[in-house]
Design a protein around this ligand. Structure first.
Ligand SMILES: Nc1ncnc2c1ncn2[C@@H]1O[C@H](COP(=O)(O)OP(=O)(O)O)[C@@H](O)[C@H]1O
Ligand SMILES: [Mg+2]
Length: 261
């Protein structure tokens, strides 16, 4: 199994859109068995993929209350795509972790990953992270093979990538082989400033930038109003096609295969 954490401390850059659509395409077009883990207490990915309801979800896992991942994971309407939902109480975790067993919390997703691999349950795990490096985000990063960093193509986003990479590097004391898989340019459109930022990222950055960019289209916010993946809402719009291209690029570069624990 391969695991990817979608990380950026900025909100609104497309983490949730990327996690949901990447997971959707890997399950549908690539026919892989996918688990989306919603690590953000805002629970946006959960709301898109699951019916309204209360879920014990990730809070229970991180607190060590769940004895088995199968008790927490929910099936979606999409064949091959399951979700470990976020719970509203995730925000409280950082306060608890500050006073208590931070290590257990940090290890929780990695421990679950080991169980998933033992059971050969999934081919890919995609983790949607909150806009901070709190306990659930650190737990996701430490469980990942690669970190995907969505960015918008403005100067702050482009220059902020360096800071984020430094922060991720500081977690190498907990796991030396942490790796940024790539930066993903989101909301791309033809304009000098956007093209300039992408060029800056590709030339100046010390980390890889995916060949695929995700174009800006109103179909994406429309799909979030409809509580659907853009893949389902408007399968042939630019962003839906771009996410399919991203899944192919990722599957090839990261060697994602079916049935390989
Ligand atoms: N490619 C895109 N084109 C247009 N709007 C987008 C695109 N990607 C994301 N958005 C919009 O940007 C907003 C933030 O996206 P979201 O995925 O929730 O970001 P994050 O999880 O990083 O906070 C949402 O309203 C979403 O609909
Ligand atoms: Mg989000």
């Amino acid at each position: 199994m391969k695991a990817f954490a979608i990380v950026n401390r900025k909100g609104g850059v497309g983490k949730t859109t990327t996690a949901v659509n990447l997971a959707y395409v890997l399950a549908t077009s690539c026919r892989l068995r996918v688990l989306l883990v919603d690590c953000d207490g805002q629970a946006n990915a959960t709301q898109i993929l699951l019916p309204r309801g209360e879920y014990a979800g990730l809070g229970a896992l991180l607190r060590g209350w769940a004895c088995c991942y199968a008790d927490l994971v929910e099936h979606t309407d999409v064949d091959g795509l399951d979700v470990l939902p976020a719970s509203e109480d995730l925000w409280a975790l950082d306060i608890e972790a500050a006073g208590g067993d931070r290590g257990r919390c940090y290890r929780a997703i990695r421990d679950m990953r080991e169980a998933l691999e033992e059971d050969d349950a999934y081919d890919v795990m995609v983790m949607d992270c909150p806009p901070n490096l709190g306990a659930s985000c650190v737990s996701a990063i430490l469980a990942s093979d690669g970190i995907i960093v969505p960015v918008l193509s403005d100067a702050c986003s482009a220059t902020g990538v360096g800071d984020l990479v430094d922060q991720i590097a500081s977690l190498r004391s907990l796991r030396p082989d942490l790796r940024v898989s790539g930066v993903l340019v989101n909301q791309w459109h033809r304009s000098p400033v956007v093209e300039g930022s992408v060029e800056y990222l590709r030339k100046e950055g010390h980390i890889p930038v995916y060949d695929t960019v995700i174009r800006r289209t109103d179909k994406v916010p429309e799909s979030s109003w409809a509580r659907m993946a853009v893949q389902a809402w408007s399968p042939f719009c630019s962003a839906a096609r771009d996410y399919r291209a991203l899944a192919s690029e990722l599957a090839e570069k990261e060697d994602i295969r079916h049935g390989e624990a």
